[in-house]
Design a protein around this ligand. Structure first.
Ligand SMILES: [Zn+2]
Length: 172
């Protein structure tokens, strides 16, 4: 951030505001405090029988690697609605019976909330951000070509939990 989003001034400094305990970016002109908080990422692990649906990324970062449909939550939707929307946008698929499964908060920039979801049918197709969309059994998962750590985590937990048919919420 190079200028104040409130007043346009470039007089931004780092300091601990009065009554605060952390250093923040503060505008010296209008005194706005620019907090930097994680954004919410919402996504889905779509399931069909013994398979999961993955998308091959068409965009950076990690273009060409496999991921779950996920993205930033919009301000006019719930996390669950966001997960359904992302699954539609990136995988052309409809999901139902969403159930919160994994919360990843260890990244500094975002908190990811991943739902398990049942595919409504076998209709799916790559959206504009995907090169390909495919169903994979556990054995078919391209582990070497997984895009992000949270995707690897969700898949690892899922195939472990499926053996017991119990899917507790994981918080990392
Ligand atoms: Zn300002």
């Amino acid at each position: 951030m190079y200028y104040c989003s409130q007043c346009g001034s470039k007089q931004l400094i780092k300091k601990v505001p009065e009554g605060d305990t952390r250093s923040r970016i503060v505008c010296e002109k209008c005194h706005s405090i620019h907090y930097q908080n994680p954004k919410i990422v919402t996504g889905c692990l779509p399931i069909w029988e013994d398979k999961v649906l993955l998308c091959k990324r068409a965009i950076e970062p990690r273009s060409g690697f496999w991921t779950l449909p996920a993205g930033y939550m919009e301000k006019d939707e719930s996390v669950k609605e966001g997960a359904i929307r992302e699954t539609w946008e990136e995988a052309g698929a409809n999901v139902k019976q969403l159930q919160l499964y994994l919360i990843v908060s260890s990244s500094q920039k975002s908190v990811s909330m991943i739902f398990l979801g049942q595919l409504c049918d076998l209709k799916f197709a790559p959206g504009i951000e995907s090169l390909d969309v495919q169903l994979f059994t556990k054995e078919e998962i391209p582990w070497e070509e997984i895009s992000f750590r949270f995707v690897r985590e969700a898949l690892t937990y899922y195939f472990e939990d499926r053996v017991k048919n119990q899917f507790p919420v994981r918080v990392d």
